[in-house]
Ligand binder design. Structure first.
Ligand SMILES: Cc1ncc(COP(=O)(O)O)c(C=O)c1O
Length: 394
């Protein structure tokens, strides 16, 4: 008889697996679903990066085992990128860990830094995969509510003395998935102070770092003075360069935290296919015009969504970054009921906010990952449901 281990059984259920199933069922029925539920970039990887992979894949040198901790070229490119883009100094030898996607680093960190029963601090709402690391490392967690009145930033002063005292590691993520909130330099400065006062290691998930709107550039956590003493930042190529399927990213910052990740990876992986690492280095080193075009594309989509929603009387707030919009659910629906209703009655798939945590209740998350026409059509379909008619008449 084969049984799963206790650890496997305690892994969290994938909340969004149910959504994927429902969408697939609707597609099989031949329904024209506008899928705004997932976070998968819809644009192709820029051609110069694909070409760099093609050339490197033809080189037999890339077919061998490569250095366990990643190729020097990519680590140097990550350091140069941080210097050029954020004026942050990074030592490529000790302050960079190459990751097969940043999700891996986020799951590895609690294993590398915490002991069973230790506490983490996680944002609520937050990226659900943070909980995978919690379960694998047998640690516990407290949450930091992200609320609209506080621009979706945690309020450190509101955390109890107990929570502050027991937390050993905290995760932050700006521009934020799912709320679209963006951090400020002042907030990151406060974070460094908070981390120092309470002896907490910080991991800033900068997955949407390139995607800030209205001319505002999202700050890097490492720009805050002293940040490297307390934390790291995780940067993925999945979003900025539409490379989600390539599985490549990196962490930079505090050498001890980077070493913890690297030690775990020495035991789990032999790094990524070197041709992918080379192409990632090309992405970071070359002209960043493709990133600016992508950012502008998401901003146009955001504007269409917000304008169209306002036209039908749906009072939504424009996200400041990321490629998500966080929309309030009309009364009397809960997040899940409203998401189900949109799929059933309007063939629109969205992610229910409560899947991201308790403080996600009352919202749905919409991905800006379809073209402007489809976004317009989605709002027109919502309009036909008549939910916001009263507001329009006012
Ligand atoms: C907030 C956040 N962090 C991390 C990731 C993981 O990115 P990857 O593993 O592709 O680098 C995602 C992907 O959706 C995300 O939304």
């Amino acid at each position: 008889m084969i049984e799963f281990s206790k650890k496997l059984q305690q892994l969290p259920q994938q909340f969004f697996a149910a959504l994927v199933n429902k969408v697939n069922e609707a597609l099989v029925e031949g329904r024209d679903v506008i899928n705004l539920g997932q976070g998968n970039p819809d644009q192709p990887t820029p051609a110069h990066i694909v070409e760099a992979l093609q050339i490197a894949a033809n080189d037999p040198q890339t077919h061998k085992y490569s250095p366990f901790r990643g190729i020097a070229e990519l680590k140097q490119a990550a350091a140069d990128f941080y210097k050029r883009e954020y004026n942050v100094d990074i030592d490529p030898a000790t302050e960079v860990a190459v990751l097969g996607g940043t999700k891996i680093g986020l799951v590895e960190l609690p294993l590398g830094l915490l002991n069973p029963g230790d506490y983490m601090l996680l944002p609520d709402p937050g990226y659900p995969d943070y909980l995978s690391g919690v379960a694998l490392a047998d640690v516990k967690f407290d949450t930091m509510p992200l609320q609209e009145e506080n621009h979706f930033l945690p309020d450190y002063e509101a955390l109890s003395a107990d929570i502050k005292q027991r937390a050993k590691l905290m995760y932050l993520n700006y521009p934020n998935n799912p709320t679209g909130g963006v951090a400020t330099h002042e907030f990151f400065e406060q974070t460094v102070q908070f981390a120092k006062e309470n002896n907490i290691a910080v991991a800033h998930d900068f997955a949407y770092g390139a995607i800030g709107f209205d001319g505002e550039r999202p700050p890097s956590f490492l720009q805050a003075p002293g940040a490297k003493e307390v934390g790291i930042e995780l940067y993925t190529l999945s979003k900025s360069y539409n490379m989600a399927g390539w599985r490549i990213g990196f962490a930079v910052g505090n050498a001890k935290m980077i070493e913890a990740i690297n030690i775990i990876q020495d035991h789990l992986f032999c790094s990524q296919f070197p041709a992918i690492q080379h192409a990632a280095a090309v992405a970071l080193n070359e002209e960043q015009a493709c990133v600016q075009e992508l950012r502008a594309l998401y901003e146009r989509r955001r504007n269409v969504l917000v304008e169209e929603a306002h036209k039908i009387g749906w009072e939504i707030t424009a996200p400041k970054g990321s490629f998500f919009a966080w929309l309030p659910v009309p009364a009397p629906y809960t997040s899940e009921l409203f998401a189900d209703y949109l799929l059933e009655r309007a063939d629109i798939a969205v992610a229910a906010g409560n899947g991201f945590g308790e403080y996600g209740e009352g919202y749905i998350r919409v991905g800006l990952l379809v073209g402007e026409e489809r976004l317009r059509e989605a709002i027109q379909r919502v309009a036909k449901l008549g939910l916001f008619a009263e507001t329009v008449l006012k």
